[in-house]
Write a protein that binds this ligand. Structure first.
Ligand code: PAF
Length: 283
């Protein structure tokens, strides 16, 4: 596996591959790799000849009181994991190269970035859209793979790719879960043992709501209340939001409709103050 740390070298690698007729599938990550990331890589390897995984903890998507400083970083471990999973190239640029002095251009994700997680994290999706577009310009992928756990992120990127006519296919890969259902996330390492135990209720609540929805329950309020009561019942998890929305536009789900719905939640633990998100598609 190649390790590339400079933008110029990455562009050269990508254009040489293109000239040779190979396409790149990109898996953008912030590192602290786990099995969920490796499943995205496996999907990337299915769709293109060459897989590139980026590892970059993007300062532009963290708010001033968020966990940018403590976000787990371990390039050596990421490198070993990516290589063992068959990654062709790990791209790990520095923040100074990605955002040099004088940097001032950002991608506005629009209203789709201001709702759900965007309401509690102002500017987050602007930071995500900016870095992902930069990564697309640097690596020139034919496809890019994102995890379904970050449903709003994928919706934002799909929208931006369509709106800005980007020549890249956006692929969503399923959420990987621990044995008790908790969606894999690099932030799960922050959880205290008690929080970790109760965090399984998040997935439980989502699947309960999915089966109620598919059984004909179409009151968004009742579904939200069911989700909330299951998630908060242990006392160590508080709700940020639970919502039922259209999976593409993320607009509020219209009652009495036959189309699928995205049931999404964000919550925060009370001890380690960890923010956790998850979702399921129902219908
Ligand atoms: O999902 C993530 O890890 C990040 O938001 C991404 C897509 C790598 C952009 O920094």
């Amino acid at each position: 596996m190649k390790l590339i740390e400079s933008i110029t070298a990455m562009k050269e690698y990508s254009s040489a591959l293109k000239k040779g007729g190979s396409g790149i599938a990109l898996v953008p990550t912030m590192g602290a790799l786990h099995a969920g990331h490796l499943s995205l890589l496996a999907r990337a390897r299915e769709v293109c000849d060459v897989s590139v995984m980026s590892v970059f903890v993007n300062p532009a998507q963290f708010g001033p009181t968020e966990d940018f400083a403590k976000y787990p970083r371990d390039l050596e471990s990421d490198r070993a994991l990516a290589e063992s999973a068959g990654c062709d190239c790990l791209f790990a640029p520095s923040a100074a190269e990605m955002y040099p002095d004088g940097y001032c251009t950002y991608v506005d994700a629009g209203p789709i970035g201001d709702i759900l997680c965007g309401a509690a994290r102002p500017g987050h999706f602007r930071g995500v859209a900016t870095v992902v577009l930069k990564l697309f310009n640097i690596t020139a992928p034919a496809a890019a793979v994102f995890g379904a756990k970050d449903a709003q992120q994928t919706a934002v990127i799909k929208r931006a790719a369509a709106d800005l006519n980007l020549p890249v296919r956006i692929i969503t890969a399923p959420t990987l879960r621990d044995a008790d259902g908790l969606a894999m996330s690099s932030r799960n390492t922050y959880l205290t043992p008690g929080e970790r135990k109760q965090a399984a209720n998040i997935c439980k609540a989502l699947f309960e709501a999915k089966s109620l929805f598919e059984g004909g329950e179409c009151s968004v309020e009742r579904l939200k209340n069911t989700i909330t009561s299951t998630i908060i019942r242990g006392g160590l998890i508080e709700m940020e939001y639970a919502d039922i929305v259209d999976p593409v536009s993320l607009r509020p789900f219209p009652a009495n409709t036959e189309s699928p719905a995205l049931i999404a939640v964000a919550c925060r633990t009370t001890e380690s103050k960890t923010r956790l998100i998850d979702n399921v598609v129902a219908g």
